[in-house]
Design a binder for this molecule. Structure first.
Ligand code: SF4
Length: 351
């Protein structure tokens, strides 16, 4: 009987406990994470989302890892808010190649009153296509959160990025408290939360543990927890940051899986730099969600068909939307994935 595997959903993790998880021998940690994973999920299914940048670059925030920040010169071509019709076309194409969730990201401090009507139209339109909807638009006030929920937004992404202690080294234009407040608004409005962080910012083990504690000790765990590996973009202050040890990255996924047993842990940015073996280990550690498509906002994402080849080699199948989880729909998704066409429309609009 394995002690870790029997851990129930908790919201009172201490730093010492989480560090003890990180410090387990690698095989023990992976075994424990896989055991927890199997208790809550089909271990051979991975949820597949597509991400589209609906407004690119010139962001007033100063996140040191981000090529979209207006504070750094990364040569990124700016793009204003995409037309609703273009977004809906991209969503329809994402559905055709098997994505079940369509995520729309805008590089804003917060959405403006002028932009909100367009954003709401996008949510309604994507929802009408039968896809789950997710947006990341920066800080939200109560009213904006409510109108997004009423338009049918399923998920709101707002990452905590790192521990509260290390946060000030990475971002100075938005506070940690602001982020937690936006997450609270999202919960209050009845939407699901997508929130995670980034490894490779120069953070310590305590900071990695601290990030996971912030997420797991929220009143409800985020339904989706993206764990990103820094993509070092030339022109950003972190372009020369030290690589994350791949095993430390896998450990973090495993600890996230154990601490948030019912959440989808998403293998997110940085996947391009991971070989097949590392991705397989990530799935074994409990990652069960990926972005599918050519580009992840502004950085390269592995070719969609490469993903499907890897899924096939590992016997992994894409997870269907809950409400359409009948065999016919599932078969259609799998077929569509196999036959998936070019996904050029998911290239970042700025590239
Ligand atoms: S991470 Fe988001 S908020 Fe920060 S600079 Fe990039 S687009 Fe702006």
């Amino acid at each position: 009987m394995n002690a870790t595997a029997s851990i129930a959903t908790r919201h009172d993790w201490s730093l010492a406990e989480v560090k003890a998880l990180f410090e387990q021998p690698f095989n023990d940690l992976l075994f424990n994470a896989q055991t927890v994973h199997r208790a809550h999920f089909d271990q051979n299914r991975v949820q597949v989302s597509t991400l589209l940048s609906i407004k690119t670059g010139a962001c007033p925030e100063d996140c040191k890892y981000c090529p979209q920040s207006g504070h750094y010169n990364t040569g990124l071509e700016k793009e204003k808010l995409l037309e609703v019709q273009k977004v809906l076309q991209a969503a329809a194409d994402a559905k055709a190649i098997g994505s079940t969730r369509f995520c729309m990201g805008a590089a804003w401090k917060h959405p403006s009153a002028k932009d909100m009507p367009y954003v709401l139209e996008m949510v309604k339109g994507v929802k009408a296509l039968g896809l789950e909807t997710c947006m990341t638009l920066g800080k939200l006030d109560k009213e904006q959160t409510q109108s997004l929920a009423e338009a049918g937004l399923d998920y709101y992404n707002h990452n905590l990025d790192t521990s509260p202690e290390f946060y000030g080294n990475i971002i100075t234009t938005r506070t940690y408290a602001d982020r937690l407040e936006t997450l609270a608004h999202v919960r209050d409005a009845g939407m699901k939360i997508c929130s995670g962080g980034i490894l490779g910012l120069g953070e310590s083990l305590d900071d990695r543990a601290g990030l996971l504690i912030q997420l797991a000790n929220l009143p409800e765990h985020p339904e989706s927890v993206p764990i990103n590996m820094l993509v070092k973009v030339k022109g950003t202050p972190l372009e020369n940051e030290k690589d994350v040890d791949p095993f430390d990255f896998i450990r973090t996924l495993a600890v996230a899986r154990i601490m948030m047993p019912k959440s989808h842990v998403r293998l997110s940015a940085g996947r391009e730099a991971m070989n097949d073996q590392m991705q397989a280990l990530a799935f074994f550690a409990g990652a069960n969600s990926i972005f599918y498509g050519e580009k992840l906002l502004t950085t390269v994402n592995p070719q969609a068909n490469k993903d499907m080849e890897l899924f096939a080699r590992l016997g992994i199948k894409p997870e269907a939307r809950e409400e359409h989880a009948d065999e016919v729909h599932q078969a259609a998704i799998e077929q569509a994935l196999v036959e998936q066409k070019s996904s050029e429309q998911f290239y970042n609009a700025a590239v």
